[in-house]
Design a protein around this ligand. Sequence first.
Ligand code: OAD
Length: 234
Amino acid sequence: MKPEVQPNKIVVLSGAGLSAESGLPTFRDANGLWNNFSLEEVATPQGWAANPEAVLAFYNERRLSAYQAAPNAAHQAIAALDAAYDVVIITQNVDGLHERAGSRNVIHLHGQLAWARGTSPLPKRYRIDAAPVSLGQLCEDGTQLRPNVVWFGEDVQHMDEARQHVASAARVLVVGTSLSVFPAASLVKAARGRAQKVINSLAMKRVPFGFTFLPGKATSIVPALVQTWLEQAR
Ligand code: OAD
């Protein structure tokens, strides 16, 4: 059963483009991570089994970059919505910049770089911030520590909860994602017909049905949109 639409609820679905202007690379744009690294080698369980040291090095580098980056004007604008709306952020990003901008309610579909976990089925998680993980560093259960991120072929976390949030939102903002990775991309389909639906990125191959496409950089588009939404809340 579909949940009721809550008039004061905003869902933001974010991807790597939101953090591009914080200096963090996206995945599929020119010079994106997947143009410079093999996805199979660094972001799959098979890659991990074949060469864990290379996988750890890739994420150690990304963890440090994320830690050194600062939230940009778009992250900050999104965080400002909390003052007037019930906001749920559903992010594919692993960089932690939404929280550092002050957003309170963030669902991480693809995990978080600032956390590590063991490799047993029910592993313990550890907050590591910017610290590197090395081969031989073990979880309390004796298994090798790995980044607490979701690799291709692994289950995406919190999907049911995320879908319910999208389905009950009166406004949906999709920002900085190519919507090419599933199941995260399927969340746009849960948005309701009567919800206001906006998507911002530099370019879009296909705009999801019912969404208004606002092309341009997140740091100029998102603060302007947020300003309008904050004025409408008064
Ligand atoms: P992509 O690299 O696929 O898409 C980035 C999107 O951001 C594109 O649509 C760009 O046009 C847009 N973009 C770039 N710079 C921007 C800017 N300054 N302002 C606004 N938009 C901008 O990144 P994601 O869609 O986030 O998953 O990628 C999804 C998943 O693929 C990631 O979470 C990651 C990756 O493989 C895993 O590793 C599991």
